[in-house]
Design a protein around this ligand. Structure first.
Ligand SMILES: NC(=O)c1ccc[n+]([C@@H]2O[C@H](COP(=O)([O-])OP(=O)(O)OC[C@H]3O[C@@H](n4cnc5c(N)ncnc54)[C@H](OP(=O)(O)O)[C@@H]3O)[C@@H](O)[C@H]2O)c1
Length: 244
């Protein structure tokens, strides 16, 4: 059977893989969830939107003759990762995940680790602060439980509905971010706390270096549990695995 790769995207690494696969003479489809208004264009066939759970994913694999699945989603997209893992197993199509190591605190960092978004909300108990909320729009509503803070919301798109936070500033900006930009952002908004997910990778790391240099503490949300799939750290390893 002709190789046909399905790349689950939404990350810098997924886009790099798509670029590496394009023009290699193999079938390849890139999949976006559809969370942002204008997703980055890809050099391979692209589809947008959910598959419809585990069964929907299994049907998609069969109907489109997918031979290999690469889960290159964000480490916090655990639902998608579980669906892809279970569906690929049930259909008998091999799957690997293209992953990046979690960030580890370095000398000078002041991180409080929390288990999840609820843990981050609880960590904000106390008097008013100026918080850089470096999270996706879907995670913002939880922070209305701590309305005393001023939140700087860095979002990919301008929100269509105003966030239910009495004090906030929206900064519309799409990564990758750099140190000078993140330092300037944190200085301009007098940020004295950062809340973020332990995404790993380089595209979103600058805020941690900026926080270290500006001596701003960080509430670091640990990664969710992902399925026991085979993981690969490089694009070359994925290409070798798929014999491309
Ligand atoms: N979570 C984050 O912090 C974060 C950060 C940066 C980028 N992203 C990217 O944003 C997307 C959504 O993340 P999430 O955390 O909301 O996902 P999630 O909670 O794991 O997934 C929820 C549902 O969204 C659909 N979905 C997710 N990723 C998809 C993809 N690549 N292609 C098609 N459908 C997808 C699936 O719907 P069905 O069940 O209908 O198939 C899935 O069950 C992912 O592609 C991820 O890589 C996420």
């Amino acid at each position: 059977m002709m190789t046909k790769l399905l790349i689950l995207g939404g990350t810098t690494e997924a886009s790099l893989l798509a670029r590496a696969v394009a023009g290699q003479g193999v079938g390849a489809v890139f999949s976006y969830a559809g969370r942002v208004d204008a997703p980055k264009a890809q050099p391979i066939t692209t589809r947008v939107g959910g598959f419809g759970g585990v069964d929907g994913f299994a049907n998609y694999i069969r109907q489109h003759n997918i031979t290999h699945v690469v889960d290159a989603t964000h480490p916090f997209a655990a639902q998608m990762s579980w669906n892809a893992f279970l569906a690929s197993e049930s259909v008998g199509v091999p799957l690997v995940a293209l992953t990046r190591p979690a960030w580890v605190a370095q000398k000078g960092d002041d991180w409080e680790h929390v288990a999840d978004i609820d843990g981050a909300v609880t960590a904000l108990n106390g008097s008013a602060r100026r918080v850089l909320l470096a999270l996706g729009k879907q995670n913002v509503p939880a922070f209305s439980a701590q309305p005393q803070h001023h939140y700087v919301l860095r979002l990919v798109d301008e929100p269509k509905v105003a966030p239910d936070l009495p004090h906030h500033t929206v900064v519309v900006s799409r990564g990758p971010f750099d140190l000078a930009g993140d330092q300037a952002l944190m200085r301009k908004h007098r940020v004295d706390l950062v809340v973020c997910k332990n995404s790993g990778g380089v595209g979103a790391e600058a805020k941690l270096v900026a926080a270290r240099e500006l001596r701003v503490p960080v509430v670091m949300i640990n990664r969710p549990k992902v399925p026991p799939r085979r993981e690969m750290a490089t694009i070359k390893a994925v290409l070798d695995w798929a014999a491309i």
